[in-house]
Ligand binder design. Structure first.
Ligand SMILES: Nc1ncnc2c1ncn2[C@@H]1O[C@H](COP(=O)(O)OP(=O)(O)O)[C@@H](O)[C@H]1O
Ligand SMILES: O=P(O)(O)O[C@H]1O[C@H](CO)[C@@H](O[C@H]2O[C@H](CO)[C@@H](O)[C@H](O)[C@H]2O)[C@H](O)[C@H]1O
Length: 547
C-alpha cells in the first residue's frame, strides 16, 4: 500500500455522484484488480479502468457501501465489466485490519477528512448482512441508473432473517460467501449485459421441477437498468443465493481416490475396480438423466421449451467447430516441438484426420436429425458435481467460460453434457495412470491398454444408467444411430476445445485430449462405414502411425 494515503475531499456517504472521486480512485483500482483471481484481463494489454456506474447500498449501522461496475479497456477487443463492492473502514483497529485478508485490502485513504481503509466489501460483515437482508425482504433499491432488485427464492427459509456470515476460501472466477453455514451466496465478478444463465437454470429447476439434486434457489441480486437504449436493456445478474451443500469433496477428487485404489494393483497386472465405484458412476448417470428430464418441458417458457435441430443451430455449431479446429491446428503446429514423443505421434494422426473431420462436421449441415434440443448444464464435468455422503449435487450452471452469455443460453442436445462427463472420466484415468509413481516403470502401451479398459467400462456404465432414466422411446433421442452420431459430434467438439486449454496451461496433458480426438475419429470411421459413405476423396485413417 502507498506510504501517502490517497486523499479525497468528499465525505464517504456522498461520493456516489462525485465523478472526480471515481476517476481519481480508478487509478488505484487498476493495479488492485490485477492482483485479483477473478480479473480475467491480466494477460491482455490494458488501456485503463473506469467506473461508469456506482450503486449505493445502505448498511445496517447507517453507513453505506458501494457496488461499482468497473469497465476495463484493452488495446484490442471490447471492454469488459466487473463488479467490485467497496467499503470504507474508518480508523480500523489492528484487529480489524488483521481480519481482512491482504487480497481484500485496496488502499489506505483519507476520505472527507477521515482516515481509513478501502476494502473489497465482501470482507465487511455489514455489507454481507445488507445483501442477505435485502434478499430476504425482496427489497428494491432505486439507483441513478435503474434499480437493484433483490429477490427471494423458495430455498430461503422464513426463519432465517438474520444469520452470521463469512467469505469462503474458494479462489475462483467469482466470490463465495456463506450465511449461517446454511446458504451459499455467489457474487458474480465478470458481468455480461444479460441475465446470468445460472440464475435462469437454478430458478427453473427449483420452481418448475422436483429435481432435488441441485442446491435449492434462495434468491438473486439483479441490476434492472434504466431502459434508455432499446438495444441494450437486459437485466444484469450480480449475485445468487443457494442452499449450502455439506460435501466432502467434488467428484473429480472422489474419482481420483477411487483411481488411487485401482492403481495399486496395476503393477501386479491385476485389474480390480470396486463394486461401489460402479454404483457411484451409475448414480451419477442417473442423476444426470434426471436433470435432463427435468429440463425437458414441452410447452414451458420459450426460453426452456424443446426445439428441433434447426438450420440456424446447425450453422452455429458448424461455424463454431470450424473456427475451433482452425485455431487448434495452428496452435498445435506452433507448439509441436514442445510436445513429448507420444503427443507428437497423436498430433500427426489428428493432422492426418483433418479431411475426415472436416467432412464429418460438414455432414452435420444436412443430416436428417429428429432428436430435440433443450437448455443444458453446458459445462458439465466431474469438478461440477459435489459428492455428498451418499449422493451427488450438481452445481455451477454458468456455462462454458469461453462462450458469450448469448451462446451459453443456446439449446443443445443433452448429449453435450453427457460428452462433457465422459471426457472427464477419460481425463481422470489418464491423468492418474500416466502421472503416478506406482506406474512409473510400466510400458506406456500396457498403461494405455489398462487405461482404455477402465475408461470404456466406466463410460458404458455411465451411459447405460443415463439412458435407463429416460425409458424408450424418448423425444430427446430419436434412435441409437442418431444418438451415437450426436455423441461423437459433442465428444469431438469438447476434446478439440480441451486441446487448446492443455497446450496453453498443461502441456504435459496434451496427449489426453489428443487421445480423445483419435478415439472419436475411429468411431467416425465406423459411422461412415455404417452410412455406406466411403468416398475416395476422403481417405480412411492410416492407423500405422499409432503403433
Ligand atoms: N451450494 C453450494 N454449497 C457448498 N459449496 C458450494 C456450493 N456451490 C459451490 N460450492 C463450492 O464453491 C466452489 C465454486 O463454485 P462454482 O459454482 O463452481 O463457482 P465458480 O462459478 O466461481 O466456478 C465449488 O467448487 C464448491 O466447492
Ligand atoms: O473449470 P473451468 O470451468 O475453468 O474449466 C477449464 O478448466 C478445466 C480444468 O480445471 C478444464 O477441464 C478439463 O480438465 C478437467 C480436469 O482438470 C477434466 O475433468 C475436464 O473433463 C477437462 O475438460 C476445462 O476444459 C476448462 O475449460
Amino acid at each position: 500500500m502507498p506510504a501517502t494515503p490517497l486523499s479525497l475531499p468528499t465525505a464517504w456517504p456522498h461520493v456516489a455522484q462525485d465523478t472526480m472521486f471515481w476517476s481519481t480512485l480508478s487509478q488505484t483500482l487498476l493495479p488492485y484488480i490485477n492482483t485479483c483471481r477473478w480479473f480475467a484481463g491480466k494477460a491482455r494489454q490494458q488501456m485503463g479502468c473506469s467506473v461508469p456506474t456506482v450503486h449505493t447500498l445502505p448498511l445496517p449501522d447507517g453507513d453505506v457501501a458501494y457496488l461499482l461496475i468497473l469497465e476495463a479497456a484493452y488495446a484490442d477487443g471490447v471492454p469488459e465489466n466487473y463488479l467490485l463492492p467497496l467499503s470504507f473502514i474508518r480508523e480500523p483497529t489492528t484487529q480489524q485490519v488483521a481480519d481482512i485478508p491482504e487480497k481484500g485490502r485496496i488502499t489506505d485513504a483519507l476520505i472527507g477528512g477521515q482516515h481509513g481503509l478501502l476494502i473489497d466489501a465482501i470482507y465487511d460483515e455489514r455489507f454481507r448482512a445488507a445483501l442477505f437482508t435485502n434478499i430476504y425482504e425482496s427489497q428494491t433499491l432505486p439507483q441513478t441508473n435503474g434499480q437493484l432488485a433483490f429477490r427471494r427464492g423458495k430455498g430461503l427459509d422464513e426463519s432465517d432473517g438474520s444469520l452470521s456470515s463469512r467469505v469462503l476460501p474458494v479462489d475462483s472466477s467469482n466470490s463465495a460467501m456463506t450465511f449461517g453455514e446454511k446458504y451459499f451466496m455467489k457474487l458474480y465478478r465478470k458481468l455480461f449485459r444479460e441475465t446470468n444463465p445460472e440464475v435462469d437454470m437454478v430458478a427453473f429447476l427449483t420452481d418448475e421441477s422436483d429435481f432435488a439434486h441441485i442446491p435449492a434457489f434462495g434468491g438473486s441480486i439483479i441490476w434492472q437498468r434504466s431502459h434508455t437504449d432499446p438495444l441494450d436493456r437486459a437485466d444484469i445478474t450480480l449475485g445468487m443465493v443457494q442452499r449450502m451443500v455439506p460435501n466432502d469433496k467434488d467428484s473429480w477428487a472422489q474419482t481420483g481416490d477411487y483411481l488411487n485404489d485401482f492403481l495399486y494393483a496395476v503393477p501386479q497386472r491385476l485389474f480390480a475396480i470396486r463394486e461401489d465405484v460402479f454404483e457411484k458412476v451409475e448414480l451419477l448417470g442417473r442423476r444426470t438423466g434426471e436433470m435432463h428430464c427435468a429440463l425437458y418441458k414441452p410447452g414451458s417458457d420459450p426460453a426452456f421449451a424443446p426445439e428441433p435441430f434447426t438450420d440456424d443451430y446447425r450453422e452455429f455449431l458448424i461455424r463454431r467447430f470450424e473456427d475451433l479446429l482452425e485455431r487448434r491446428y495452428a496452435l498445435l503446429i506452433d507448439n509441436y516441438t514442445k510436445l513429448d514423443e507420444q503427443a507428437q505421434r497423436l498430433a500427426w494422426v489428428f493432422m492426418e484426420a483433418k479431411e475426415m473431420i472436416d467432412a464429418f462436421v460438414a455432414d452435420f449441415r444436412a443430416r436428417p436429425l429428429d432428436s430435440l434440443r433443450i437448455r443444458i448444464h453446458g459445462d458439465y464435468h466431474l469438478g461440477q458435481v459435489l459428492a455428498t455422503h451418499n449422493d451427488f449435487v450438481l452445481i455451477d450452471f454458468e456455462g462454458e467460460p469461453e462462450s458469450t452469455i448469448t451462446e451459453r443460453k443456446i439449446k443443445h442436445s443433452p448429449l453435450k453434457d453427457v460428452a462433457g462427463m465422459i471426457r472427464s472420466y477419460h481425463y481422470a484415468v489418464s491423468a492418474k495412470l500416466f502421472n503416478s509413481a506406482e506406474t512409473d516403470g510400466l510400458h506406456p502401451d500396457h498403461l494405455q491398454r489398462v487405461s482404455d479398459r477402465w475408461f470404456y467400462l466406466i463410460r458404458d456404465t455411465f451411459l447405460h444408467a443415463y439412458f435407463d432414466t429416460f425409458g424408450t422411446p424418448h423425444p430427446l433421442f430419436k434412435n441409437n444411430h442418431e444418438t451415437n452420431y450426436l455423441l461423437m459430434i459433442y465428444l469431438l467438439e469438447k476434446a478439440v476445445y480441451e486441446l487448446g486449454y492443455e497446450i496453453s496451461y498443461r502441456p504435459s496433458w496434451v496427449k489426453i485430449p489428443l487421445k480423445g480426438i483419435i478415439d472419436v475419429v475411429r468411431e467416425i470411421e465406423k459411422i461412415r462405414l455404417d452410412d455406406g459413405d466411403i468416398t475416395p476423396s476422403v481417405p480412411m485413417l492410416q492407423t500405422g502411425l499409432l503403433n
